[in-house]
Design a protein around this ligand. Structure first.
Ligand SMILES: Nc1nc2c(ncn2[C@@H]2O[C@H](COP(=O)(O)OP(=O)(O)OP(=O)(O)O)[C@@H](O)[C@H]2O)c(=O)[nH]1
Ligand SMILES: [Mg+2]
Length: 398
């Protein structure tokens, strides 16, 4: 492989079509040349500095020995051969190719227009039907420090048009988030969008959220802003316990938020805990998704250029691991990079986050549709407040 780094941050990888006999060669009379078919012949003779740059006198023949994925020289450098620096470094035989020539997941081309489309789709999202739902509740579950609160902050930042940090986030042994907080997302006009990202206490092996509390959360029994007690789960005798939750209090999609960089190191007991939560989620038929955070920490090439995310072998492997851990199809595993070091928005980070959110809203929409149809089939009135419970009872009687 050889790599061309354009001034700025874009990097272009060229992969051998077959084992090129002359991957890289040069002679005393000319500069480095890549590929037996001279895919990139850098210069001949001696090049004198033209001041701020060197005007090379070489040529390109991309696609001869290396796969250029349809790249033309114009796309890389506007067709000119002026360089400020030329660096050739060795890629040893044992070094793994980390960026694939073709993405492992196909997406729309990332550009400003796509960001606009994603934004519009999310802004116009409205739960359909007669359930009387003004918004859907999306529950974020996952290990401490996985990036649950940061995911909300990332989404909120995109719609606010600036970096925002409404949800406290950071690293702490027993977790930063301690309360059930159904965060709303506001657009610049101060209108809120029709979904809530419900933040929760992180999962721990020996304490933190347990199955009983998870069940209460899914059913809407836990009051908004309830502060979890890590050693004693909420019970129906707690003040504020919602005995007759409405469908608006219930959860319509569950996100398992997992750190891509450490997905292989999650203790088995924590995986078991998540799997036991999944059993509850499945019983209720609620859709579930994995939000795979910190893709920048899982792959250097992605940290350097977020658009590499679907070409990165490391991210592909992390998606596969998460999919195996939670037994979900790979298209339910959605990689994101949360805003963390940035002080300004970046279109590519925003696009990745919105792609994930839009998919989540589609799943929530599908679930509501199914719920509505089932309610109709069971003859449960849409005015009834505890529809899901009625539905579960209804299906027991079948
Ligand atoms: N580099 C990087 N850091 C991230 C990303 N997402 C979150 N972080 C950092 O990871 C740390 C934990 O993030 P939080 O959002 O607080 O995680 P949490 O899951 O809410 O954690 P608890 O509330 O403690 O359970 C913070 O320091 C974040 O800045 C990401 O995508 N990339
Ligand atoms: Mg948190």
């Amino acid at each position: 492989m050889f790599q061309l780094k354009y001034s700025g941050s874009d990097t272009f990888n060229m992969f051998p079509i077959k084992n090129p006999s002359n991957g890289l060669f040069g002679k005393s009379t000319y500069g480095p040349t890549f590929g037996g078919g001279h895919d990139l012949h850098t210069f001949n003779g001696t090049i004198i500095s033209a001041g701020a740059y060197f005007a090379l006198n070489g040529y390109t023949n991309f696609g001869s020995s290396f796969n250029n994925s349809g790249l033309t020289f114009d796309k890389i450098n506007n067709g000119n051969f002026n360089v400020t620096e030329l660096e050739v470094y060795r890629v040893t035989d044992g070094q793994r190719i980390k960026i694939l020539p073709q993405p492992w997941r196909k997406t729309h081309e990332w550009n400003e227009k796509y960001l606009e489309t994603l934004t519009e789709d999310i802004v116009s999202f409205k739960p359909s039907g007669k359930l009387g739902l003004s918004d859907v509740r999306i529950l974020m579950l996952g290990p401490i420090g996985a990036g649950k609160s940061s995911f909300y902050n990332t989404i909120n930042s995109v719609f606010k048009g600036r970096i925002s940090r409404s949800a406290p986030c950071g690293l702490s042994t027993n977790g930063i988030t301690i309360a059930y907080t159904p965060y709303e997302v506001y657009v610049r006009s101060a209108a809120s969008l029709n979904f809530r990202l419900c933040d929760t206490r992180g999962l721990e092996v020996t304490q933190g959220l347990e199955s009983l509390e998870c069940n209460y959360l899914l059913d809407g029994n836990i009051p908004d802003f309830y502060q979890f007690n890590p050693v004693a789960p909420i019970s129906p005798t707690n003040p504020g316990f919602v005995h007759q939750p409405m469908v608006t209090d219930q959860i319509h999609c569950v996100l398992f938020v997992i750190d891509a960089a450490t997905v292989g190191d999650i203790p088995q007991k924590l995986v078991d805990k998540m799997n036991s939560f999944q059993t509850l989620v499945n019983l209720k038929g609620i859709p579930q998704v994995v939000i795979l955070t910190k893709v920048d920490q899982a792959c250097q090439e992605v940290a350097g250029n977020i658009t590499n995310v679907f070409k990165s072998k490391d991210i592909e492997a992390a998606v596969e691991k998460a999919s195996n851990l939670l037994g979900l199809p790979r298209n339910h595993v959605l990689p994101v990079k949360n805003y963390e070091t940035e002080i300004e928005l970046d279109d590519n980070i925003s696009i990745l986050a919105l792609m994930a959110l839009r998919q989540v809203l589609h799943f929530a929409e599908d679930y509501i549709q199914v719920l509505q149809n089932k309610l109709k089939a069971c003859g449960v009135s849409s005015e009834k407040l505890d529809q899901r419970e009625s539905l579960e009872k209804g299906s027991d009687q079948e």
